[in-house]
Write a protein that binds this ligand. Structure first.
Ligand SMILES: Cc1ncc(COP(=O)(O)O)c(C=O)c1O
Length: 398
């Protein structure tokens, strides 16, 4: 055996991963992936952009860029974030290789083995993996329909957390967006501390109702002490995850260290896709695309809810999402999420079980259904499969 590091020794193939490997049949209906639909990508825009690149841009595309980002993209992104009200002038921007790299870099800045990281419970599995890779002691704080549970958060602050990670808007997997009141309550409490906050806004642009956009204002914009907050965003859900680009907006104190960390990780994010992202954003095509694609996600979400209403037992409940990709379904009392998954895989439908998103891996009686990547016709069939199995399990339990 090779003497692997402590962090790598701790990595285990989970039972759920093994189960998911069974779910690769070509006719399997998947509500598992948190990804856009291939059919929805802006292929024509990309073709036009590539065809229209100047020689200078083509050369830049194959060259290294500055570690913090391709300058034209940084400028366009600054303008875009500024137009959305983010405090760009008092902060610095770094282009990252996906927003997951931003989460990784910010964690690297603060977390030594056994340091406490507070997250919501449930939380984004990718971020949990990052915290675990630094041997952080991850503690989950429960959520309710308005956001993180403040009564549980306050005592947890005595654990001396080195970092707090939150997703206030269109949460993965919980599907909810913090209420404005909860956003302010959270800020009031954390502003009295100097704990660095990592605000992940990967889905913020995917609101189903633009009239309500102000209800989802980022903490970074709302806070009177926003220097404490590192805000991450991503092109993955508003362009394509394959371009591997995201960003972090952070104060000068954090920026210098983050730049050095990124230098050691990959020197720079892919310049080729930064050139594409610059043109996509600066030409206004990105805004047009987002306006279109979020209506499709809304339709799919509405469709999934109507299918759930028709096929799930009424004991299965959920909170209607206002944006994003996910429905977080609470199973009927006593139903085993893993057992349900095993049975629906046999019938040809797959989703992610709730324990995947629990920092301690404990079952929580929930499943995550992603509606972003599945047509209405498949939603209909897949939700019916899951609903039928739920009802059968309930009959057996009774
Ligand atoms: C909440 C959240 N944050 C961050 C990411 C990472 O996105 P990327 O690294 O592709 O930008 C994802 C991807 O699914 C996500 O769901």
């Amino acid at each position: 055996m090779y003497p692997f590091s402590e962090a790598v020794e701790g990595l285990r193939s989970s039972a759920i991963r093994d189960l998911m490997n069974l779910a690769t049949r070509p006719d399997m209906i998947s509500f598992a992936g948190g990804m856009p639909d291939n059919e929805l990508f802006p292929l024509k825009d990309v073709q036009e952009i590539v065809a229209g690149l100047s020689i200078g841009e083509q050369q830049a595309a194959l060259q290294y860029a500055p570690t913090t980002g391709y300058p034209p993209l940084l400028q366009a992104l600054e303008q875009w974030l500024k137009s959305k009200g983010l405090p760009v002038e008092s902060n610095r921007l770094i282009i990252t290789t996906g927003s997951l790299q931003g989460i990784n870099i910010f964690t690297k800045l603060f977390i030594n083995p056994h340091d406490v990281v507070l997250t919501e419970n449930p939380s984004f599995i990718g971020a949990l993996s990052v915290f675990n890779s630094y041997l952080g002691d991850v503690r989950g704080i429960p959520m309710d329909e308005e956001g993180i549970d403040m009564a549980k958060l306050k005592p947890a602050l005595s654990l001396n957390p080195k970092l707090i990670y939150v997703m206030p808007t269109f949460h993965n997997p919980a599907g909810i967006s913090y209420s404005m009141e909860r956003r302010h309550q959270f800020l009031e409490v954390i502003n009295q501390t100097s704990i660095p906050i990592l605000e992940d806004d990967a889905y913020g642009d995917l609101t189903f109702n633009t009239d309500e956009a102000s209800l989802h204002t980022p903490l970074k914009t709302l806070s009177g002490k926003e220097q404490q907050i590192c805000y991450t965003g991503s092109f993955s859900k508003i362009f394509g995850p394959g371009i591997r680009l995201g960003w972090m907006l952070l104060s000068d104190d954090f920026y210098r260290k983050a730049e050095m960390c990124k230098q050691a990780l990959d020197a720079c994010s892919p310049t080729f896709t930064q050139v594409l992202a610059h043109r996509f954003l600066a030409s206004g095509k990105l805004d047009q695309y987002v306006t279109w694609v979020r209506t499709i996600y809304k339709q799919r979400c509405d469709y999934m809810i109507s299918a759930i209403t028709r096929y799930f037992p009424e004991e299965a409940t959920f909170i209607r999402p206002k944006g994003g990709f996910y429905l977080w379904v609470k199973l009927p009392k006593g139903m085993d999420e893993k057992e349900l998954l095993k049975e629906t895989i046999t019938d040809g439908a797959v989703f992610v079980i709730g324990s995947t998103f629990d920092p301690s891996g404990a079952p929580n009686g929930h499943i995550r259904l992603s509606f972003s990547n599945t047509s209405e016709e498949k939603i209909e069939r897949g939700i019916r499969i899951i609903g039928d199995r739920m009802k059968q399990m309930m009959t057996r339990q009774a």
